[in-house]
Design a protein around this ligand. Structure first.
Ligand code: ATP
Length: 361
């Protein structure tokens, strides 16, 4: 792995022990997080895990019950939103319908008329809407409106950009396009960014670091590669991407028993402990007859679905206690496999993760 580019950067935003309750429901529990200058962080998690609440605390739109928020080392926990140095973009475009694009962008700007006009021109160029200065929000597409909202958030050159599901109201094509545009802009400006999303693809493709939240806590924080390749818990493994969970047992000799087979996989689990073996569908291998590598079992083909670039094959594996697994294959690999009902399946041990059984999602 290349060294993480923000490893030596100065902290921009620091959250220390943030907790929040609504009535008797604890929505955030002891959140600690440091976001470095220039970093793009995405807060990813299922609905209700507390990510929007966390963003609102950072923005000062809500107050924490406990904990401290620092921006560039200054305690801003009790400061009103207007005195914190950030720009924010919400899911709904939240533009003023009676102001044109230029006036929407200029809304929070100070200074004389000429300086404001110059800044608006710069921002219009930045978002590629030079020709739309005098248009009204209702005359723009959803994607264009969101770009205007972004320009407005960036107008005062804040040191922090907060994005609350900024793309989720847009259709798939526009969303994908804007993902790239926002990321490019963020890198060009070097602006520290925290984005809330429940969309794993969005989090993985846009962020330098993904913070996975679950039930008001941080489950794992890491680069997209780490989150996908080294999930720290069954929750992360199943929430980000797809995967097979198979029940296993740890033998007296430390090997991992899966159905009739045992495998030498490094682990820190106790002998006799029940555990789950996790493997991604693209990491399992199917082999045409004739060339069988180590750790091969026979599997029976069941369903086959086209996902687009890949096929997802469901297989029943008698030797693994009759469990079913899903395997993703490219079109070519599938055609090499032919029509055989019975196929050889192997488990690349270096791709396997073991989780204690009791740590369920
Ligand atoms: P979503 O993606 O659905 O917005 P989320 O992860 O952003 O989910 P939050 O909006 O932070 O989750 O909500 C976390 C929990 O806090 C939810 O159970 C929600 O009902 C509750 N909650 C949020 N805001 C309030 C509020 N103002 N009053 C009472 N409960 C609230």
């Amino acid at each position: 792995d290349a060294p993480y580019p923000y490893r030596d950067a100065e902290p921009c935003l620091q959250l220390h022990g943030l907790s929040k309750r609504f009535g008797n429901q604890t929505v955030l529990q002891q959140i600690d997080l440091t976001v470095y200058n220039g970093e793009f962080i995405s807060l990813l998690g299922p609905s209700g895990c507390g990510k929007t609440t966390l963003l609102r605390l950072i923005a000062g739109l809500d107050q924490p019950d406990q904990g401290r928020i620092e921006l560039h080392g200054q305690d801003v926990t009790r400061l009103p939103p207007a005195r914190r140095d950030y720009g924010i973009v919400f899911q709904s475009y939240a533009l003023f319908p009676n102001l044109n694009v230029a006036d929407n962008i200029a809304y929070g700007l100070r200074g004389n008329k000429e300086a404001r006009r110059k800044r608006v021109t710069e921002l219009l160029a930045l978002i590629g809407l030079d020709a739309y200065a005098t248009h009204y929000p209702a005359q723009l597409s959803g994607g264009q409106q969101q770009r205007v909202a972004l320009a407005r958030a960036l107008a005062t050159s804040p040191s922090l950009l907060l994005l609350d599901e900024p793309l989720s109201a847009l259709d798939a094509r526009v969303r994908e396009h804007l993902r790239r545009e926002i990321r490019q802009l963020q890198q060009q400006l070097g602006i520290t960014t925290v984005m809330v999303t429940h969309d794993q693809e969005e989090a993985l493709t846009m962020a330098d670091r993904v913070v996975v939240m679950h039930r008001g806590g941080i489950e794992q924080s890491g680069t997209p590669h780490q989150i996908y390749r080294q999930p720290a818990s069954p929750f992360v493994a199943s929430f980000v991407g797809q995967g097979n969970f198979l029940p296993v047992q740890i033998n007296d000799d430390g090997r991992v028993q899966l159905g009739e087979h045992h495998y030498a996989i490094p682990h820190t689990l106790a002998v006799g402990q029940a555990a789950s073996l996790f493997i991604r569908p693209e990491d399992l291998r199917l082999h045409p007859e004739g060339e069988l590598p180590d750790h091969t079992v026979w599997a029976e083909r069941d369903k086959q679905e086209l996902l687009g670039a890949l096929y997802r094959i469901t297989l029943r594996v008698p030797a693994w206690g009759q469990h079913t697994v899903q395997v993703d294959l490219g079109h070519e690999a599938l055609s090499r496999l032919g029509q055989a009902q019975r196929v050889a399946l192997s488990l690349p041990l270096e791709r396997v993760h073991l989780f204690p059984q009791e740590a369920t999602c």
